[in-house]
Design a protein around this ligand. Structure first.
Ligand code: ASP
Length: 344
């Protein structure tokens, strides 16, 4: 049997850094020499090739155009490779991987994001295990020739997550990501154990489709006690604003002061889509639970259920840019399209 082949795409971030002996600062290393630095990769029972973006970036500098660029690379190389590993800085990895999950429709091959907290050159690095297992997952196929993972995943510190369920939760620990509202898709120990009943499957009757538009005329507001009318008004009156994600309390509750209600309702009348997610790390928005939540529903605010901020904001960009659907954006937002929210 021919070996599976994986494309490693290096976008930047700590994982690909080494110390410049002259200056002591971290600089990107040449990924073409990955085998030289990690000879153990040669023991994997798949092949891999590497591709480095023209200018690797710290992921804090990432922009939605970069997400579209990554989607285009995958589209171009889709038939040639069995799986993809995207090496990315951890800071915004959950945003990029959530965005990719929306841009790549009916994916039948693994697209696995990973990175590390310590550079690959560091003696105590977490990069090697993360990278090695991510490649293994990206090349894992069953006896029928189908990829085990047919969605965008994020592998970090022994766990594979659905990417659009993740959030960076720690800037120091090796366990840097959490998926508070959805279990891990796989855990790596002595064995690589997949949670098979959770995995998304591609529709074999449909083609793989890549979307290439995102609209970033959106904003996120996090409520806090004492937030002023002038702040809310300034945000809802931003010229060209099309979408607003509002991080409310608990199960989707917001203060009932009339100025806040009026401001949101004026924005909605102007055509801004307002989506409500909870600022609790776990749990979901339920507009029917309290009076203050019910008021949000009456205004026409979309309940974002158990979505992360990263998934909510990238989905909003995706839905706002897409004119390919026959259903209106608000309905599309409520719908579970890539496993990003609870169905019921
Ligand atoms: N600042 C880095 C980045 O996100 C951190 C990392 O890679 O972990 O690109």
């Amino acid at each position: 049997m021919t070996k599976r082949i994986v494309l490693l795409i290096y976008t930047g971030g700590t994982i690909g850094m080494v110390k410049d002996p002259k200056t002591g600062t971290l600089v990107p290393f040449n990924f073409d020499d990955l085998l030289g630095r990690m000879p153990d990769l040669g023991l994997l029972d798949c092949d891999f090739e590497t591709f480095t973006l023209k200018e690797p970036i710290d992921s804090s500098n990432v922009h939605p155009d970069d997400w579209v660029h990554l989607a285009e690379i995958i589209e171009k190389e889709y038939d040639k490779y069995d799986g993809f590993v995207i090496l990315h800085g951890t800071d915004t990895m959950s945003y990029t991987s959530s965005a990719l999950s929306f841009l790549l429709e009916n994916l039948a091959k693994p697209v696995i994001f990973t990175g590390s907290q310590l550079p690959i050159s560091d003696l105590r690095t977490d990069a090697k295990e993360n990278l090695m297992t991510a490649i293994q997952i990206a090349s894992d196929y069953d006896e029928n020739g189908d990829a085990i993972i047919q969605e965008v995943g994020l592998y970090f510190e022994y766990k594979l997550y659905r990417a659009n369920r993740t959030t960076k939760i720690n800037s120091e620990h090796f366990e840097a990501f959490g998926s508070m509202n959805f279990p891990a898709l796989a855990e790596s120990g002595v064995y690589l154990n997949y949670n098979k009943n959770l995995l998304l499957r591609a529709d074999k009757k449909k083609e793989f489709k890549v979307h290439k538009k995102l609209d970033n005329n959106v904003v996120v507001i996090k409520l806090f006690p004492g937030i002023t009318k002038s702040v809310i008004d300034a945000v809802t009156n931003i010229e060209g604003l099309k979408g607003l994600v509002i991080e409310t309390y608990g199960s989707g509750n917001a203060p009932s002061q009339s100025w806040l209600v009026d401001s949101i309702s004026t924005a909605i009348e102007k055509g801004v889509i307002v989506e409500n997610i909870t600022q609790c790390p776990a749990g979901m928005v339920d507009h029917g639970l309290y009076e203050v939540g019910l008021q949000m529903r009456k205004l026409g605010v979309v309940g974002g259920k158990d979505m992360t901020t990263e998934a909510a904001v990238t989905k909003l960009m995706f839905v706002l840019a897409s004119n390919t659907y026959n259903i209106e954006p608000k309905q599309w937002l409520r719908k579970n399209i890539r496993g990003e929210l609870k169905d019921k």
